[in-house]
Write a protein that binds this ligand. Structure first.
Ligand SMILES: NC(=O)c1ccc[n+]([C@@H]2O[C@H](COP(=O)([O-])OP(=O)(O)OC[C@H]3O[C@@H](n4cnc5c(N)ncnc54)[C@H](O)[C@@H]3O)[C@@H](O)[C@H]2O)c1
Length: 382
């Protein structure tokens, strides 16, 4: 088994998910490559304690990402930091010759995204991918296979969304994800949007134009210090796009929703594809349920399939057992390491988001800001 030595920059929520996935790599019996975390970096060193308590492999702990990148033993990095740091940190990592798994939105705004993607283009020797785990749910792997096989026929309509609800509580204190300075002007689109774009973009369903309606519903929040702070980021966004099916050249409506205030929705990612030959619907609300309608004339009936462990990368879990969020994270990391070792993903929908796909998402979100501001339809062209 080959080992890739990883450095982790940003020891918060997502950093822990990666470390936990690395700790249960034995879950994936067919992998011939594994990650080993040898270095961690966080602004406040207090956050690194959980890592050093659990991982004997860590030999470097620092609060300066440059020191971690200067460590010749580090071959690859996962960088999970607030959005205003993406450009500086990602470019430095790539420049230091480290393979990079970055986090979305891959730059706080379009100029940052452009700079990152340009810099990556000058360093083809490193693999750079963006984290996005939902397509690794078994139902979405199945849907991906159907897309590749052309099973949907002519696409009638596609909707994808990612819905949260905890911001419905006006007493929830503000954090960096609700501050334009750290999260960016995209607001909820920057946080949730890449997840929603992943499957449509991978399918080649590229938005030509967008009409967006954005909402800032809770305009101030407790600042956590006894006062109140303005909350200026967009809570909710609905993007109606005019997309083209690459197979037929036909145009169809593609609706992308990202909402931080969707009452009752804890963490619901969903996608619904309607086609002339088949339709499919999946939501993490019922994570093992795949709804399908196959049509060859006659009665039109939605059926439902209970998915088990039909994963892109074989797992030790029994085939009938349920799949969850942390399984999707593990699968995503398997995809990154597999591509690093083998040069390409095992199938189209078993690959992580590419820098080009992040770049397209930035064009879309930037156009969406313009569309909302001017109440107009905006081109997403390059
Ligand atoms: N893939 C997903 O499902 C998913 C989910 C949540 C967040 N994210 C993304 O992950 C990234 C991080 O989000 P998070 O939820 O883990 O945030 P977080 O606030 O939990 O963690 C960020 C960490 O970065 C550290 N940090 C800040 N400035 C730093 C610096 N200069 N040097 C080193 N460390 C620094 C913070 O101290 C913190 O520990 C964001 O890009 C976010 O959009 C992805």
């Amino acid at each position: 088994m080959k080992t890739i030595r990883f450095g982790l920059i940003g020891c918060g929520l997502m950093g822990r998910e990666f470390a936990s996935a690395a700790a249960r790599w034995c879950h994936l019996p067919d992998m011939d490559v594994r990650p080993e975390i040898v270095a961690v970096c966080n602004r406040s060193l207090q956050r690194t304690k959980w890592y050093t308590d659990h991982f004997d492999s860590i030999v470097q702990v620092t609060d300066d990402y440059r020191q971690l990148l200067a460590n010749p033993d580090v071959e690859a990095v996962y960088i999970a930091v607030p959005h205003h740091l993406h450009q500086e940190f990602y470019c430095a990592a790539v420049g230091a010759g480290k393979h990079l798994m970055g986090e979305k939105p891959f730059g706080i705004d379009q100029p940052a995204s452009d700079a990152i993607v340009r810099w990556i283009g000058e360093h083809p020797e490193v693999l750079v991918r963006c984290s996005s785990e939902f397509p690794f749910f078994p139902a979405l792997q199945r849907i991906g296979g159907m897309i590749e096989a052309g099973a949907f026929g002519r696409i009638v309509e596609v909707e994808a969304g990612f819905l949260h609800s905890s911001d419905l509580d006006p007493n929830k204190p503000i954090n960096w994800k609700r501050m334009v300075e750290f999260n960016g002007r995209y607001g909820c689109m920057g946080d949730l949007g890449m997840h929603v774009c992943h499957v449509p973009f991978r399918a080649g369903w590229i938005p030509r134009t967008v009409r967006a309606v954005l909402s800032n519903i809770v305009k101030e929040r407790p600042d956590g210090k006894g006062g109140v702070a303005p909350c200026e980021t967009w809570d909710n966004a609905t993007l109606l796009c005019d997309a083209t099916d690459p197979g037929s050249g036909d145009r169809f409506p593609l609706t992308l929703k990202t909402q931080r205030i969707a009452p009752g929705e804890k963490n619901t990612y969903y996608v619904k594809i309607l086609g002339t030959d088949a339709s499919a619907s999946f939501s993490t609300k019922n994570p093992k349920r795949l709804k399908l309608l196959e049509y060859a004339g006659g009665q039109q009936t939605w059926g439902q399939v209970d998915m088990g462990q039909e994963t892109a990368f074989a797992a030790i879990t029994g085939g009938i057992f349920e799949f969850g969020f942390s399984d999707a994270i593990l699968q995503m990391w398997a995809a990154f390491l597999y591509e690093l070792e083998h040069g390409k993903p095992p199938s189209t929908f078993a690959g992580c988001v590419t820098p080009e796909e992040t770049s397209l998402s930035h064009r879309l979100f930037t156009a969406a800001l313009d569309s909302h501001e001017n109440a107009s339809v905006v081109s997403v062209a390059e």
